[in-house]
Design a protein around this ligand. Structure first.
Ligand code: ADP
Ligand code: MG
Length: 293
């Protein structure tokens, strides 16, 4: 499903839900009015109580719909086409002064593959992702970008956002082909509405920055996502939505996360363990390891 279609469907969904809400509210009001009339007569007290309960149930289920409604469905569009192995790296090493972070790490990211990078705090996960994203240089080794590679990088400290620019400007920068109306709609599904989109990114809270950086990724049509702790600071509803969207993402994902739920939602095939750079097939014991670390 392309962007245009997706946004159209979203609008239709919202329209339908609005109608359902109005209907339910009308019914509940009618029930309550009738119950009030009945309640005055002793013979109809039981019927009145039943009506009140039905009205409460109707309104209760509405509340649930509202809570879900606040976070709209998020979906990654199909990634830009790319070769069989969009990203390779060989013999990567990095030191800071005399502190050796990792040495001779090899990596091949196949199209659509899901890889989790694990390691204790300070093992070099963020450093590796920065190198893969091209924002930091390795001391040895090199990146070999495959045909059509388009990277989407979610930085742990949100360095990818331009703090001087507004929320909307950040979005337009991430996807120059997107028009302003559509950019606003996507921002809406990440809970930025009205004047929010004119705020400079620098003043946003941690959770808001995370949502903006994720919104920018969603519209970027990247075919390799490098995600460094993407669920930190996220409210539970937004986290659920983004994990669902990730689970159906067609492109490749390299994920660093302490959030076991996020890792399991990705359903990875492989794991890269830092600082050794050993690769292994994913299995449950790695989930246990993440939960412990
Ligand atoms: N720019 C830097 N200068 C010096 N040391 C750094 C720099 N960036 C990271 N480090 C150090 O490198 C190590 C690995 O950091 P990092 O990649 O952030 O680890 P992780 O993401 O696995 O927790 C840490 O000990 C950290 O302090
Ligand atoms: Mg880190």
């Amino acid at each position: 499903m392309g962007w245009k279609q997706y946004l159209k469907q979203r609008e239709a969904d919202e329209e339908r839900r609005k109608k359902e809400r109005t209907n339910a509210e009308r019914k509940a009001t009618a029930l309550q009015l009738q119950a009030a009339k009945f309640g005055a007569k002793a013979t109809k007290a039981a019927a009145a109580q039943q009506m009140v309960r039905r009205a409460q149930k109707l309104l209760g289920s509405l509340e649930e719909v509202r809570a879900q409604d606040r976070v709209a469905k998020i979906k990654f569009p199909d990634p830009a086409p790319c070769g069989k192995t969009p990203l390779m790296a060989s013999n990567l090493s990095k030191s800071y002064g005399s502190l050796e972070i990792f040495t001779a790490v090899d990596l091949a990211i196949d199209r659509g593959s899901k890889v989790v990078v694990i390691g204790l705090n300070g093992a070099g996960k963020t450093t590796l992702l920065k190198i893969l994203a091209g924002v930091d240089q390795p001391d040895t080794g090199k990146l070999e970008p495959g045909h059509g590679l388009k990277i989407g990088y979610f930085a742990q400290e949100h360095e990818t956002l331009d703090h001087q620019k507004s929320v909307l400007q950040n979005m337009m920068f991430a996807a120059p082909n997107l028009n302003e109306t559509d950019a606003r709609k996507v921002l809406g599904s990440f809970l930025f509405t009205g004047d929010d989109v004119d705020k400079p990114a620098g003043v946003l809270s941690g959770g808001e920055k995370t949502r903006l950086a994720l919104a920018a990724l969603v519209v970027s049509s990247a075919n390799v996502l490098l995600l460094d702790e993407p669920t930190n600071n996220l409210d539970p509803a937004s986290r659920e939505e983004i994990l669902k969207a990730l689970a159906s993402f067609q492109g490749a994902v390299v994920l660093v996360s302490h959030d076991v739920g996020a890792v399991e939602a990705l359903n990875p095939e492989r794991v890269l363990i830092l600082p050794d750079g050993v690769e292994d097939l994913w299995n449950q014991s790695y989930a246990d390891l993440i939960a412990l670390s």
